[in-house]
Ligand binder design. Structure first.
Ligand code: HXC
Length: 513
């Protein structure tokens, strides 16, 4: 029996060594942790249970039969994060470049199936040269099996992808199908075709980092939701994010016990400038309203004219969508609509109530926006809000103009409560533009056109640049002082706690993609 124990110990040691000490050292020299180290830092101490450690590939192509490394380049299993069950796969670049083929894919699929059956999140750590070239089509089949499972799991369990090395070719589509992508600056990149192919086809010269590094994807494409300076920060970011979200679509997010006391926040009274055209930072409104230090922003550097993220209000997790007057005056455009819509759908899928802060002058005009389909993309946000059945509350801080008023979680599309600050302006358009259109004749015929325009602008503003017409019709439920916002929201979300809203029976809707 002792010999048998010895054999087992040897096999475990062999698997744990992955591609060997030299390759581990090379990984460290690049500023990267190994697959096992990443799991060690991610999961609660001692909680990791590995599954499939001794799995190996069956390929005999190109001498692969002489290069069998137990585990086949991916470490898979389960453990806990802050005491909550989590499944994880972590690709091991030291083994055949973390390349994915039949056995490697089967291991990932196995834990995804378990996660689905047991209702817990899956975290994928990606560090791979892509499809294992020597194994041919079975590598592609392995990817497709994972893509299919990613899609079926979408909206059932949270799926998070941490990119901690290469993620290229079709391999990018597994993270792309998951809920959130995190990248590490300078050591990770994602692209469908790399710099060499780009150069051959388009004659563009671009580095891996510029083409698909963390910065490119956090600012330009929006592919990544969060970026971090190093892997440990990224791992801590994953843990923080999980604290806001439930284990699966049947559960509620974790909640911190909270006793209501003085919820008045006078700081909110002085944020809106006297001049309605002056910008201010909506994040001051957010942080002044929610539980202290609880705002967890997502997609921070992409489409900054809309702010999205998780927060806690009286200990409960909420999702926030807010126009940002400090960037492009908070206008809605293609990217901000996409960003907002995706976040709204995540929150709705996972029972996270939505809070909207609205200060929006309308949609961004221009050929760029029209020709790139602001119509279809704006409709995404409209659709996402309209079909969301979680508790939904809007606070109009200042402008709520035109179609954007309807889109930004208005009562007409199913918001449960709509509060407005006294500074709210709810109208078809801004007073200047409105006066120019409806008083065109009087303005052009006046001896002093400019003065007439100003007079008519003031007349229109007096009538519509306020929240009271909307309140008179019940489109706004209550006009409140900014300092009351937190208390009103806590009470309203509590009142909505058991909300039941049923959508019409259908196979699925057809969101304008
Ligand atoms: C087999 C691979 C591999 C792969 C890397 N390796 N990628 N083995 N299949 N896809 C091996 C290398 O041969 C090498 O083995 C070891 O991993 C480390 O790789 P290096 O090249 O030495 O590392 P580095 O210099 O850091 O470069 C990393 C890399 C590069 C940029 C990822 O390896 C690379 O370009 N790989 C190929 C990428 C690729 O074209 N993949 C296919 C994409 S198409 P040795 O033994 O020499 O150390 C795809 C389709 C998916 O993925 C379709 C899904 C729909």
């Amino acid at each position: 029996m002792k010999d048998k124990f010895k054999l087992l110990d040897e096999k475990i040691a062999e698997a744990q060594l992955g591609g060997g000490e030299k390759r581990i050292e090379a990984q460290h020299q690049k500023g990267k942790l190994t697959a096992r180290e990443r799991i060690h830092f991610l999961l609660d101490e001692g909680s990791f249970e590995e599954i499939g450690m001794l799995v190996s590939h069956r390929s005999t192509n190109f001498g692969l039969e002489k290069n069998i490394i137990l585990g086949d380049g991916v470490v898979t299993g389960y453990g806990t994060i802050n005491g909550r069950l989590t499944y994880v796969f972590s690709q091991d670049f030291t083994v055949l470049g973390g390349s994915l083929a039949e056995a490697h894919a089967e291991k990932i699929c196995k834990i995804m199936d378990m996660a689905m059956k047991n209702g817990a999140p899956v975290i994928g750590v990606n560090d791979s040269g892509g499809a294992r070239i020597q194994e041919g089509v079975v590598s592609l089949a392995g990817y497709a099996d994972i893509f299919y499972k990613n899609t079926l799991a979408s909206g059932v369990i949270p799926q998070l992808s941490a990119i901690m090395g290469p993620c290229a070719g079709g391999a990018v589509y597994s993270p792309a199908l998951t809920d959130f992508i995190m990248m590490v600056e300078n050591t990770s990149y994602m692209f469908v075709t790399g710099p060499n192919v780009v150069k051959t086809v388009t004659h563009e010269e671009v580095s891996s980092e510029d083409l698909g590094g963390a910065s490119a994807h956090s600012t330009k494409s929006g592919v990544t939701h969060l970026t971090y300076a190093n892997e440990i920060e990224c791992i801590n970011g994953i843990k923080a994010m999980l604290s806001y979200i439930p284990q699966n679509c049947e559960e509620d997010a974790p909640c911190i016990p909270y006793e209501m006391s003085n919820e008045k926040r006078e700081v909110l009274n002085s944020i809106i400038p006297e001049n309605p055209n002056q910008p201010y930072d909506i994040k001051e409104v957010i942080t002044g309203t929610v539980d202290s230090d609880s705002f967890y922003e997502i997609h921070k550097d992409f489409a900054e004219n809309i702010v999205v993220g998780f927060a806690r209000l009286a200990g409960k997790s909420i999702g926030i969508v807010a126009n940002q007057p400090a960037f492009l005056a908070g206008v809605l455009d293609i990217k901000s609509s996409q960003k907002g819509a995706r976040f709204v759908r995540f929150c709705d899928a996972f029972n996270i109530p939505l809070l909207v802060f609205e200060d929006v002058p309308g949609f961004l005009p221009g050929t760029d926006q029209e020709w790139n389909a602001i119509i279809t993309n704006g409709a995404k946000l409209l659709y996402a809000f309209s079909e969301a059945t979680v508790p939904r509350i809007t606070v109009i801080t200042r402008k709520a103009y035109g179609g954007a008023y309807d889109v930004m979680n208005s009562k007409h599309i199913g918001a449960d409560m709509n509060f407005a600050w006294p500074s709210a302006e709810i109208a078809v358009m801004g007073a200047k533009g409105a006066a120019e259109i409806i008083f065109k004749k009087e303005i052009t015929e006046a001896t002093d056109s400019e003065a007439k325009w100003k007079e008519k602008e003031a007349e229109y503003a007096e009538m519509f640049a306020n929240p009271y017409n909307a309140a008179a019709r019940g489109y706004v439920d209550e006009v409140i002082k900014p300092e009351q916002t937190r208390e009103k929201l806590i009470k309203a979300f509590k009142m909505l706690e058991n909300k039941v809203a049923v959508l019409p029976k259908k196979k699925h809707g057809n969101i304008p993609l």
